[in-house]
Design a protein around this ligand. Structure first.
Ligand SMILES: NC(=O)c1ccc[n+]([C@@H]2O[C@H](COP(=O)([O-])OP(=O)(O)OC[C@H]3O[C@@H](n4cnc5c(N)ncnc54)[C@H](O)[C@@H]3O)[C@@H](O)[C@H]2O)c1
Length: 443
């Protein structure tokens, strides 16, 4: 038996007997649920994060992600098998290291690989024979086998021989009650055959179904394809919304009707734009890489153009509605309802609400908001002029004190009957109010 095969068999044995120590770098929306999934299957997990407040919270058995059941985090802490640390010197301890760090865009809208590169550098410093490294962060095809592999091999160890390297995209859908980390099928692609075998074996322990593909690149491309599909379809339905509105046709009625087709149609709903850490960013990872191959990505660019225009469309609708009431937007009190990027979650990242705020600010409106899940707006790199705000209580007095309410995110717990009763003007971007009402403007 070759030396490599002996190393592979040794790690495989640890994985299948749940004796492997799983390391997770980045304990955020993706990394923390993943850590819990492995702990709940009997593994020991060593989490790494640069944020000491997260490490402290986990040591105390506290969750900092609202939609994650705190009882699960407490139970994980009580097992004694979950430890989190800021000490990256311990990266030689885990048998498998899963990288779940952010992959944002730079201000020039290019992939910001600094978090992935930084994590790979930290692993390289402590890399030892027989470790499996899996990148989970969404990224362009080639990241794992070019960028990460290149950094790790600077250690002198060889991928596929001394250590193993794979990509397995995360499909976490925060707030989804039907699917969670362990029930969402997981695509896995190895840089080589041994890496695939090991990475698949690891995820098979915790995830109900794994889907092996021929390469890390195929797995990277699969994830981007899923999110590009969403980005393009969101743009399409937003474009249709604008066209049908001009024609006096209600897009929501159209979608209800079109959705009755049992095949060949998949419903997407219009809204105030696009948001979150994934859909507005990930497609541009492919656009960027495609340029290296002289290929264009016209659909991605077009989806960007249409979706980025939506907050302008919404604010324009508000302006017209106020105008009809003889009011200028300057000086008007506008309450934005919902600032999370989608309903029933507490994540404001890349939410179109902030672009709506910024446009209203530029027009001189007075801004406030209500979001039951976000008590205070964080400062946002992309909107430096917006001051942090606190969520106002949604009371008859609050609603009556504003000239308009703009529904950006349709959280389920909001009492929309109360809103309809007490607001003087409602701009509804989410189809909350389907009946024609003089107070409601669909946008
Ligand atoms: N949030 C989602 O729903 C979702 C879904 C699918 C894929 N993804 C992808 O997963 C990746 C992670 O996203 P997320 O939503 O979990 O991000 P997040 O911001 O919630 O979590 C990232 C964590 O990494 C930590 N971190 C930052 N730099 C670090 C470093 N150098 N070393 C160690 N830890 C570091 C942060 O403190 C944070 O706790 C991204 O590539 C994202 O595109 C996210």
């Amino acid at each position: 038996m070759s030396e490599t095969q002996t190393v592979v068999d040794g790690l495989l044995g640890k994985i299948t007997s749940q004796g492997a120590l799983v390391g997770i770098i980045g304990l955020g929306y993706v990394g923390l649920p993943l850590a819990l999934a492995f702990i709940e299957k009997g593994f020991r997990v060593l989490g790494f994060d640069v944020d000491p407040s997260k490490v402290e919270a986990l040591a105390a058995g506290e969750s900092y992600i609202k939609h994650l059941d705190p009882a699960r985090v407490l139970a994980a802490a009580k097992t004694g098998r979950f430890l989190a640390t800021t000490d990256f010197g311990r990266l030689d301890e885990p048998d498998a290291i899963l990288i779940c760090v952010p992959t944002p865009l730079t201000p020039q809208r290019q992939p910001d690989m600094s978090y992935v590169e930084g994590s790979a550098e930290k692993i390289r410093e402590r890399l030892r024979k027989g470790q499996l490294v899996v990148l989970e962060s969404t990224t362009y095809p080639g990241t794992t086998d070019e960028l990460v592999c290149g950094i790790l091999e600077k250690s002198g160890l060889r991928s596929g021989k001394d250590f193993f390297l794979a990509f397995s995209p995360e499909r976490e859908d925060p707030g989804n009650r039907d699917y969670g980390t362990t029930t969402i099928p997981k695509v896995v692609g190895g840089v080589d055959a041994h890496s695939l075998t090991l990475a698949k074996a690891l995820y098979d322990q915790a995830i109900a179904r794994t889907i092996p593909v021929s390469s890390a690149r195929a797995a990277e491309a699969a994830k981007l394809t899923e999110n590009i599909f969403r980005a393009v379809n969101i743009a399409l339905v937003n474009e249709l919304k604008v066209v049908y509105d001009r024609m006096g046709i209600d897009v929501w009625e159209v979608l209800d009707a079109a959705s009755t087709k049992p095949f060949g149609f998949m419903r997407f709903n219009p809204g105030p734009g696009w948001g979150g850490h994934c859909i507005p960013l990930d497609p541009f990872y492919l656009s960027w890489k495609a340029r290296e191959y002289g290929a264009s990505t016209a659909f991605i660019e077009l989806a960007g153009e249409v979706n980025v225009e939506m907050p302008h469309y919404v604010v324009n609708k508000l302006q017209l509605a106020l105008n009809e009431r003889g009011k200028p937007i300057k000086g008007m009190k506008v309450l934005v309802l919902g600032v999370a990027y989608k309903k029933d979650i507490d994540d404001p990242r890349e939410s179109p609400a902030f672009e709506v705020f910024e446009l209203l600010r530029q027009l001189g409106a007075s801004l406030s908001y209500h979001d039951p899940h976000i008590p205070r707006t964080p400062s946002m790199r992309s909107w430096p002029h917006l001051q942090p705000m606190e969520s106002l209580p949604l009371t008859p007095e609050t609603l009556a004190a504003h000239d308009a309410v703009v529904i950006v995110t349709d959280h389920s717990v909001v009492d929309y009957g109360l809103v309809l009763e007490h607001a003087s003007l409602i701009v509804d971007t989410r189809g909350v109010f389907r009946q024609v009402n003089p107070k409601v403007v669909k946008a």
